[in-house]
Design a binder for this molecule. Structure first.
Ligand SMILES: Cc1ncc(COP(=O)(O)O)c(C=O)c1O
Length: 418
């Protein structure tokens, strides 16, 4: 006998989520979805169960190629129809193909060894362990304002005091450097360190590019004492902020470049550390030094191969969207000087720094109510990220800027009335 399962309504699902998931987050979902749940998505738009359509300029920087890019979906379908999961005991052709493709992506003469993960934190943990194993030193340098994830090793590198405090005794020896050119040189005089790990553009830190001269100086000073230089481009890389690799474009000559977020084409989770031979040496000596069950998962790798094709296929769109986003954000900042402290863009990464934390919360909620999803910044709560996908149309981009104009005017009125 077949039983027909009743599909629960949105209200019931939202209640279930609030009971079993994290309430502070499910509350946000309920408010931004206005009682609807996610139903389907395509490109820059998400349709909800309550009939609303939202423009998605958020998704934590994952949907760089939009929702369900057909090329990625097709590649994943092919993987599902053949062999989506690997035995991990016999070579998988899709995993091998992605590794060789990534080995040609950034500094192909140096970064030829690949470690694959699913989340950004996966590859942060991997390079942290490799750096420590290769140097025999457990001290590491990171930057003030850095965000590298929230698993223990990654959290040790993340600068957010509030998130670190409960775990302080468990986190390793990480010094967070002031953004000053001689900071690495001074730190090196105190004690040896295994690696300098840095985001060339701080994403959760508010969309802040670190000065190229500072990045080059830090890298040179780290290399001089035999430490590794790791560029975390999990958020800023893969053309989100212009080049495929920001660290390569500014001449940092990193020993590893990390990618994640959009690497799986916004369809499946995938991350990668592109490493030099010297950094990878501990894995050559002991293949089981660092492993993970789903490392190199074929379905994710199939998505990754298709996503890498899109980097070049959309070159003109990256330029078009970047130009229009820059114009739009500059106009918003000029028109709303009372609430916008600063508007900045880098490629397809827009950031609106608002007057204070309550303005940014209000703007996030108001934008959602009016049909636009933005991303808050995890460690810089006054900043809202505007992260359009490269497939956004001019009409959708104009619509988003129109919504933001109305939202900022409303925030200005409401804060003036306080
Ligand atoms: C620069 C950077 N590194 C690492 C991470 C951690 O990635 P995940 O949340 O996928 O573990 C993030 C996530 O926002 C990030 O922006």
């Amino acid at each position: 006998m077949t039983e027909t399962l009743a599909v629960p309504g949105a209200a019931e699902l939202i209640r279930a989520a609030a009971s079993h998931l994290v309430p502070g987050i499910t509350d946000l979902h309920r408010l931004l979805g206005a009682g609807g749940t996610e139903e389907s998505a395509e490109g820059a738009e998400v349709r909800l169960s309550n009939g609303r359509t939202l423009l998605d300029f958020g998704s934590y920087a994952v949907t760089l190629f939009g929702h369900r890019p057909p090329e990625v979906v097709d590649a994943v379908h092919r993987a599902l129809d053949t062999m989506p999961t690997s035995t991990r005991l016999v070579a998988n052709p899709v995993t091998a193909a992605l590794a060789s493709r990534l080995a040609g992506l950034v500094a192909p003469e140096r970064l030829r060894r690949i470690w694959l993960g699913l989340t950004g934190s996966d590859v942060v943990e991997a390079v942290l362990k490799l750096s420590i194993a290769a140097t025999g030193t457990t001290s590491v340098l990171a930057a003030q304002g850095a965000f590298h994830g929230k698993s223990m090793g990654a959290l040790a590198l993340t600068a957010d005091g509030e998130r670190r405090t409960p775990f302080a005794g468990f986190l390793g020896d990480v010094r967070h450097l002031p953004l000053e050119p001689d900071a690495v040189r001074r730190a090196a005089q105190e004690r040896p360190f295994a690696a300098l790990i840095v985001e060339p553009v701080q994403g959760e830190g508010g969309g802040r590019p670190l000065p190229p001269a500072l990045l080059r100086q830090w890298a040179e000073d780290a290399r001089r004492v035999g430490a590794f230089v790791i560029a975390d481009e999990i958020q800023c890389g893969l053309r989100r902020c212009g080049p495929v690799s920001v660290s390569e474009s500014v001449g940092m000559d990193a020993d590893a470049v990390l990618f994640g977020k959009p690497l799986g084409g916004g369809v499946l989770p995938l991350s990668a550390a592109l490493c030099s031979e010297r950094l990878y040496a501990p894995l050559l000596a002991d293949p089981f030094l660092h492993t993970s069950t789903f490392s190199g998962h074929p379905a994710s790798c199939a998505a990754g191969l298709a996503a890498l094709d899109l980097l070049d296929a959309h070159l003109d769109d990256f330029a078009r969207v970047g130009r229009r986003l820059a114009e739009g954000v500059a106009l918003l900042a000029a028109q709303h000087p009372g609430v916008v402290a600063e508007g900045r863009t880098l490629g397809l990464f827009g950031a609106l720094e608002l007057a204070d934390r309550s303005c940014s919360s209000l703007a996030l909620m108001e934008a959602g109510r009016r049909g636009l999803l933005l991303a808050p910044c995890l460690s810089e709560p006054t900043v809202l990220r505007i992260l359009p996908p490269v497939v956004v149309t001019d009409e959708q981009l104009d619509r988003a800027m129109g919504i933001l104009d109305t939202v900022l005017a409303s925030v200005a009125r409401r804060t003036a009335a306080r």
